[in-house]
Design a protein around this ligand. Structure first.
Ligand SMILES: Cc1cc2nc3c(=O)[nH]c(=O)nc-3n(C[C@H](O)[C@H](O)[C@H](O)COP(=O)(O)OP(=O)(O)OC[C@H]3O[C@@H](n4cnc5c(N)ncnc54)[C@H](O)[C@@H]3O)c2cc1C
Length: 409
């Protein structure tokens, strides 16, 4: 197969679809999405647990990791209300700035984008796994795994990141950009669980609580989050822990020692000592296993007793010594748990790092090394926290790249 188009968009994910819509809005050029899967938008369907947290009203450049400053122009230039109204998607914005489709369905986001692409005459070639881009502005030659070829005057690269290969994640951005001389910052999995030693969380799988979790780098606090803390057999998860992974990934990759400090009993250690002492005098006949029921999740409390070396749990509360109370209070308010890794690319939500942003023009997303080649989305070294930031970047950068490519024809 050989095809000709004005703008080839490689990757039919969030940024690629936004690029296609905006390219067509700018002028009626021929636009072709090349997608390796049989359908576009596979990852989009999995976002927000199927609800798609599609943007965040507070997504300014300072919220992003990596080349946040590079993102400023695209973020400011993107009129999200206008864009989503134009594709027919009704949106509900929560008080905290998180935006969801009114239907609460990620599939509605994808459908509205697909309908709009079809209405505007965007062509789509699926099962087209791009393995090579050659040529230059005006005549790029794009080759698929099967040997099919598309010639394009402009190319928008929107192949996403390495996060979650089963949803389309891969390192295509590296294999396709490297031959042109582009470079990359270190790429690491992020927005993932924090892996601990299994023995530290043994018996806690599925247990959760709401509270504060702090990340300590060699004893010094570098980040702190509040939210749901959820234990798995391998470590600590939940939104708060996932946010911390953005700060943990890089130091861990350099072999630094990290731990999290957790407080399943939400009070200061000295207050916790008084609290446990008071319960001891109120309920002297209760066993240690029963003593904190009503205040702390039972298995989390049991694990704290174990770490404090206070046993057996069948003992009566009245037998607790002052020093035992002090140790238990410490384990419940300042539990220091070493973090050994961040959950890998197979399970993470995003990639930290990516294509070196200084090699692209922030006003257009065009490569400074290869005129006519544009890039957008998560493949760039721009990563946001949980809360709709990453999709905000995907839409904004995709729309800018698509419009710029179209304007330049
Ligand atoms: C489980 C999960 C939940 C998430 N939830 C949210 C959320 O609620 N809110 C939020 O803001 N962010 C969320 N994210 C992050 C968000 O999904 C991504 O940041 C966003 O999808 C990135 O858009 P993109 O266009 O850069 O890449 P993608 O959406 O990954 O699209 C890239 C596309 O390129 C295709 N492709 C790749 N290589 C090739 C190739 N060689 N040839 C042709 N096509 C190719 C892929 O198949 C894919 O369709 C979530 C991520 C995950 C994994």
């Amino acid at each position: 197969m050989e095809k000709y188009t004005d703008i080839a968009i490689i990757g039919g994910g969030a940024s690629g679809l936004a690029a296609a819509v905006s390219a067509k809005d700018a002028q009626n050029a021929r636009v072709e999405i090349l997608e390796k899967y049989p359908r576009t938008g596979k990852k989009l369907l999995a976002t927000g647990n199927g609800r798609c947290n599609l943007w965040n009203a507070n997504a300014s450049e300072d919220k992003f990791f990596g080349a946040g400053a590079f993102a400023k122009h695209a973020l400011e230039a993107f009129d999200k209300d206008d864009f989503f109204a134009s594709v027919g998607l009704e949106i509900r914005v929560q008080d905290n700035g998180l935006a969801y489709p009114m239907s609460n369905q990620a599939s509605a986001v994808l459908d509205c984008l697909r309908f709009t692409c079809a209405e505007k005459g965007v062509s789509e070639t699926t099962d087209f796994h791009v393995v090579k881009i050659e040529g230059k502005k005006g005549k790029f030659r794009i080759t698929s795994e099967n040997g099919d070829i598309v010639f394009a005057k402009r190319v928008v690269l929107a192949t996403g990141s390495m996060a979650q290969p089963k949803l389309g994640g891969n390192n295509a951005f590296q294999t396709l950009l490297k031959p042109f001389g582009h470079s990359f910052t270190r790429c690491l999995p992020a927005l993932s669980y924090l892996k601990t030693n299994p023995s530290d969380v043994s018996g806690l799988k599925g247990m959760k609580y709401q509270g504060e979790i702090a990340l300590l780098l060699e004893g010094r606090q570098i980040a702190c989050e509040t939210g749901e803390i959820l234990f798995s057999e391998n470590g600590v998860s939940g939104i708060a822990a996932m946010q911390l992974s953005l700060y943990a990934a890089e130091p861990l990759s350099r072999g630094k020692k990290l731990c999290v400090r957790m407080s399943p009993l939400p009070m200061k250690k000295t207050d916790a000592e008084a609290f446990i002492g008071k319960r001891k005098s109120l309920f002297p006949e209760r066993t240690l296993e029963e003593l904190l029921t009503g205040a702390v999740v039972k298995r989390i409390a049991q694990a704290a007793f174990k770490r404090a070396g206070v046993s057996p749990l069948t003992r009566k509360a009245e037998t607790l010594t002052r020093s035992e109370i002090r140790k238990i209070a410490g384990e419940l308010t300042e539990w220091l748990c070493p973090v050994v890794a961040v959950g890998g690319f197979d399970v993470c939500q995003v990639m930290l790092g990516g294509a070196e942003a200084s090699e692209f023009d922030e006003k257009t997303m065009e490569s400074k090394l290869v005129p006519g080649l544009y890039a957008a989305g998560e493949l760039m070294d721009v990563t946001g926290p949980c809360g709709g930031y990453n999709l905000t970047w995907a839409w904004a950068s995709g729309a800018l790249a698509g419009r710029s490519a179209s304007d330049s024809l």
